[in-house]
Write a protein that binds this ligand. Structure first.
Ligand SMILES: [Mg+2]
Ligand SMILES: [Zn+2]
Length: 173
């Protein structure tokens, strides 16, 4: 399970509002393809409060995710499901990370147990959501990850998603 912004694509303080503003981090698309080809189910849980703030719509988000899926598919990978939270932080929903709602949703949709499964993120909210869901937090040092890795020295950290995927695949074979 993966976070999106700062893990798969470059994040922006102004939010990623349109497919034209979406740029993958070097190696991340190939990393997803490698994980898929190793038989690992890849899915995403992403906070998208920009929708709740009225900065973009669910249709815009759909356009971004079509572009993401197209690039992953072109590289030979699969993303099984993308869970997103469209809510404003003030709505206090159960899905916005650090709440575990989206991770639980991913378990339900994929039919797989999320207990102990890696959730790769770059922010404190990702680590807290993984812990709340009983999953295994993993930090990548892209996006906010350098700061987050410093805050959680006991959580395993990788330079980027490509390094994480290489490690998973090496340990499997
Ligand atoms: Mg992130
Ligand atoms: Zn939500």
């Amino acid at each position: 399970m993966l976070d999106r912004d700062g893990v798969i694509n470059h994040d922006s303080p102004d939010y990623i509002k349109h497919a034209d503003e979406w740029y993958p981090i070097d190696g991340s698309i190939d990393a997803i393809a490698k994980l898929s080809q190793a038989g690992i189910v890849v899915c995403i849980a992403t906070n998208q409060a920009g929708i709740g703030r009225g900065l973009f719509t669910e249709e815009d988000l759909d356009g971004i995710h079509k572009r993401l899926l197209k690039e992953v598919n072109a590289a030979g990978g699969t993303i099984t499901h993308i869970a997103f939270c469209p809510h404003h932080p003030d709505e206090r929903c159960q899905c916005r990370k650090p709440a575990p709602g989206m991770l639980i949703q991913l378990g339900r949709v994929t039919g797989l147990s999320i207990a102990g499964q890696p959730f790769v993120g770059d922010s404190e909210k990702d680590v807290e959501a993984a812990n709340a869901a009983g999953s295994m937090p993993i930090i990548v040092r892209t996006g906010n990850g350098v700061k987050t890795a410093r805050k959680y020295p006991r959580v395993q950290a990788f330079d980027d998603l490509a390094a994480f995927a290489d490690c998973v695949i090496t340990n499997r074979t």
